[in-house]
Design a protein around this ligand. Structure first.
Ligand SMILES: Nc1ncnc2c1ncn2[C@@H]1O[C@H](COP(=O)(O)OP(=O)(O)O)[C@@H](O)[C@H]1O
Ligand SMILES: [Mg+2]
Length: 418
């Protein structure tokens, strides 16, 4: 007799341990979910397993109603239905903020027997989700007379507690997502406004600038021969300032243009574009002997006008920053690398720069060389980066002081075909 009791005790203990392990799994699952339906899915299965029940329901308080939101059972219960709080047991559990265990549903006055007659249910136990102002309930049902043990109720209550935390997390998460989406829309609008603004400002700055340099020229003609050496330096400085500002405005307009212009993708040959740019560079400075290596073909899908701006900037930079190099060499090509690392590149053997500063170059107006060493505006590479980003690609630089620089870029992961 005693040993029979022992056996029963061991069986019970095992069941409790299994149920505990099941709660732990459910807690882990609940820590990963990101939506209410996902929570319901985890909870209805876990509740049924923990109590070894024939069915489980997930009930949400919906104002003055209990909404039977989800269920997992041997045959249909009340999924999708709503009952007044006062007339159903989940309402009682929520209003009283405590569990209910009912061994015989037809003997308990809290149960509306009519709602249960079409179902298999004979016994049930129900726990509230959140003890302070419950927001729902979890119910377990049996097709036979059964009294849920205190341990089962405790474990179900633990599940319900984790459920309420998960529901709060989902709410916070959803709110954050909404806020991020809202901010993104705001930022996009702001960006468009900024672009329109910088475009019109650059545009409007051109007229007064023309006046300054035009009148400086007229002034020089007017007082020309009589002007002192100092006066001439002033006039020259004015002209230089005006020229520099003219380039800045032109570059800013190009940057605004690169961001605004519609992207028209076609099959484009980067090699052909590079040859066009190279011809212009040679024409501008025929005295320079630069070795230019450009492959036969380098096809890619992209916007020709915008990719011309990219190569124009990269090759002009390479041309400019090899200006003091003994045997200047510039190469455009394609580098095969591990997946995701293959890229186009423009390489030179010019002055280079400190590698640690490589990512600063793409910020407008950032220059690593003085205007005295190499003239420029510091806007070109930011324009290039925008264009590459619009093509779904990325751009980065490697360099070494005195040994040259390489600009690598991808174009939507495209590999040149043929
Ligand atoms: N090929 C290159 N070699 C060395 N430095 C470069 C090269 N290309 C760009 N840089 C550095 O990056 C800076 C930003 O380039 P960019 O935006 O084209 O402006 P800019 O050419 O007008 O100075 C340059 O001022 C220069 O310091
Ligand atoms: Mg440049």
């Amino acid at each position: 007799m005693e040993s029979e009791e022992r056996i029963a005790e061991v069986i019970t203990l095992r069941r409790i341990l299994r149920a505990q392990a099941r709660v732990v799994t459910a807690v882990q699952e609940l820590s990963l979910v990101r939506s209410l339906p996902a929570i319901q899915e985890v909870v209805r299965r876990a509740a049924r397993d923990i109590a070894g029940a024939d069915g489980a329901t997930f009930i949400l308080r919906d104002g003055n109603k209990c909404h039977y939101a989800d269920e997992d059972a041997i045959s249909p219960l009340w999924k999708g239905q709503r009952f007044p709080m006062e007339t159903c047991i989940s309402g009682w559990v929520m209003l009283n903020a405590k569990p209910a265990t009912i061994p015989d549903i037809y003997a308990d006055p809290r149960i509306p027997a009519d709602a249960y007659r079409p179902t298999f249910v004979k016994s049930l136990t129900m726990v509230p989700i959140r003890l302070h102002q419950p927001i729902g309930a979890i119910g377990c049902y049996w097709a036979r007379p059964y009294t849920a043990t205190p341990e089962e109720v405790v474990l179900l209550q633990a599940l319900a507690h984790t459920t309420s935390v998960a529901m709060e997390n989902v709410q916070v998460f959803t709110e954050l997502e909404q806020r991020v989406a809202q901010r993104t829309t705001q930022l996009e609008a702001l960006n468009r406004e900024m672009e329109a603004f910088s475009y019109s400002v650059s545009h409007d700055l051109r007229a007064p600038l023309r006046a300054i340099s035009g009148f400086a020229e007229l002034l020089e003609g007017e007082i020309g021969p009589a002007v002192s050496a100092k006066g001439r330096r002033y006039l020259e400085a004015m002209q230089q300032g005006a020229t520099q500002m003219g380039s800045l405005i032109a570059d800013l307009l190009k940057m605004a243009q690169a961001a605004r212009q519609e992207l028209r993708r076609t099959e484009v040959d980067l090699a052909e574009i590079a040859r066009e740019v190279a011809a212009r560079l040679r024409e501008d400075q025929p005295e320079r002997a630069v070795e230019l290596i450009i492959p036969e073909r380098l096809p890619v899908s992209g916007d020709r006008t915008l990719l011309l701006v990219v190569l124009d900037n990269l090759l002009s930079n390479a041309w400019k920053y090899t200006g003091k190099t003994a045997q200047p060499r510039i190469e455009l090509g394609w580098e095969n690398g591990p997946p995701g690392e293959s890229n186009f590149f423009v390489r030179d053997n010019g002055v280079g720069f400190e590698l640690a500063k490589a990512d600063k170059l793409f910020t407008p107006f950032t220059r690593l060389h003085t205007a005295y060493e190499f003239p420029g505006t510091g806007v070109g590479l930011s324009t290039v980066q925008r264009i590459i980003h619009r093509h779904g690609g990325r751009i980065w630089a490697t360099a070494e002081v005195g040994r040259g620089a390489t600009f690598h870029f991808t174009c939507d992961g495209a590999e040149p075909a043929g």
